[in-house]
Ligand binder design. Sequence first.
Ligand code: URA
Length: 234
Amino acid sequence: MRLNKYIASAGVCSRRKADELIANGNVKVNGAVVREMGFDVAPGDKVWVNGKLIEGEKDKVYVAVNKPLGYITSMEDDKGRATVAELVSDIPERLFPVGRLDYNTTGLLIMTNDGQLTYSLTHPKHEVDKTYVATVAGVVSDRRLSQLRKGVDIGGFVTSPAKVKVLKQNPRSAVVEISIHEGKNRQVRKMFAAVGNKVQSLERVAIGEIRLGRLKPGHYRKLTRQEINYLKEL
Ligand code: URA
């Protein structure tokens, strides 16, 4: 197995991060530094990452988490904020978030120790549709809807066409469902800002066909076998 894949499938980190560790000389095989990510790991080889011996492929765990407000999508935080790692702390395996949700965004986050899946799901080339429900200030007019559907400039980047549906228009705010397949930083907030509606709250309700459903904030559930197979086939 290629060295970067071996490290990712041991649940140490994502494949991209593994590439970095290898390039930086943080990986040793049988005692010698290897800087080649395609290095072929043979059965019985011992691989060290940052001085720590890693074990071969681990049991894979896949969970859907409902991220509450005020949690950071990270394994640790130097400012002492709550992290999504705490939401799955009773699971013995070390699970990593697949992609990111902002501190103030709630909803569906997938966490897994399958570095391979994380790599393919977050790769810009084949990002899956993510669906959000946004409450935004003001009126989402037809003109604004068609701008969002066409693509908007969010500061040097023009978004690809989004699927957008107004679920409810109140006098001073609207509830809108929006699906995008890119994952730029604060993309949904920036897209609404670009058409003149400020996002007041944002919840992710689906990643592809995986739905948040009735999962309570702060809770998690294991993905079903069908859901796991679906993600792997994307
Ligand atoms: N878009 C945002 O603006 N924030 C998120 O957390 C996710 C998508």
